[in-house]
Design a protein around this ligand. Structure first.
Ligand code: ARG
Length: 303
């Protein structure tokens, strides 16, 4: 079944000899994994959004916002599982980053563990490894001698409903991670270079909505990346740069091809997404924006 879609890394539209929509179908995962925000804070600066925000998180408000996001997923019918936050790991709450869970062609569940760029965040990964082991996932590691960085679901995004991965690189993940990821999972990876530090993870500048639609931040990609995305999605909806930066509007999440959960107040984005036929659910993630994260970063979909 994977013959027509050999595992490999593609960086240019001219090398793309299939359309992602024609790739093998993939069932969307149904479970949400979040980490409790008990120790969430901004204690150091590893992305431009964190600058000036050290010690400025309203931690009570953060907990309320986190609980409200959890309730939105539950309201949509997604069970939310919670891993306990750990002391001294203020970014652990961003569960998109420590791992990349997947299903193998034989139906087995596997998780690829991240190699976090920042030393402070590396200590988050073992907590997730333990959780996945407890859930019966096979655990896969990338070769740390060959691959320097990989930040999991922050940079690796599935094409909705298809066995194709988009892989952002340049800030938090190195491109060599994708050859390994592609080989491990048996799916093609379309690599996208990120060139604006405000959009340091792919999930801050690309939000796939359904099999033919995605939101993206034009300025965050180079010409090659923009061409590649144009070849993959029939409808590419641009997010205005101010909304992408201030409200991380491209960090919204569409779990089901119908609802788009996003930071409140990104009015142009909201209108464009509604016009494309999606229902927009607004949440306030102001305290997490201070750390450079919003909806998409605060969860990972497992199954
Ligand atoms: N402060 C965190 C960091 O810089 C935020 C991570 C946000 N996560 C994401 N998937 N974009 O690592």
């Amino acid at each position: 079944m994977f013959d027509r879609f050999p595992a490999r890394v593609i960086t240019r539209a001219s090398d793309l000899d299939f359309r992602p929509v024609d790739a093998p179908a993939r069932e969307e995962p149904r479970r949400v994994l979040m980490a409790s925000p008990t120790y969430y804070d901004v204690e150091y600066v590893i992305n431009p959004h964190m600058e000036g925000n050290v010690g400025r998180v309203d931690r009570l408000l953060a907990r309320q916002q986190w609980a409200a996001l959890r309730a939105v997923y539950e309201g949509l019918g997604y069970p939310v599982e919670v891993i306990a936050g750990a002391p001294l790991l203020p970014d652990m709450v961003f569960t998109a980053n420590q791992s990349f869970p997947a299903r193998l062609p034989d139906g087995g569940r596997v998780v690829v563990l991240s190699i976090m760029r920042s030393a402070r965040r590396q200590a988050e990964v073992p907590w997730f490894e333990a959780w996945y082991r407890g859930q019966g996932f096979q655990v896969a590691r990338l070769d740390e001698f060959r691959i320097s960085e990989f930040e999991g679901g922050g940079d690796a995004l599935w094409h909705p409903g298809r066995g194709v991965i988009y892989g952002g690189h340049g800030f938090r993940s190195s491109i060599d991670a994708y050859g390994a990821l592609s080989g491990l999972l048996g799916v093609p990876v379309l690599a996208l270079r990120l060139n604006d530090p405000r959009f340091y993870h792919l999930d801050t500048c690309l939000a796939p909505l359904d099999v033919s639609t995605a939101l993206f931040v034009e300025e965050a990609f180079d010409a090659e990346g923009r061409d590649l995305l144009a070849a993959c999605f029939d409808r590419l909806i641009p997010v205005p740069i101010q909304e992408a930066e201030r409200g991380l509007a491209a960090n919204g999440h569409c779990p089901d091809g119908r609802h788009f959960v996003v930071q409140a107040g990104s009015v142009v984005t909201r209108e464009r997404v509604q016009r494309a036929g999606f229902e927009v659910l607004e949440v306030d993630t102001s305290e997490f924006l201070k750390s450079g994260g919003s909806v998409y970063c605060l969860k990972t979909m497992t199954d």
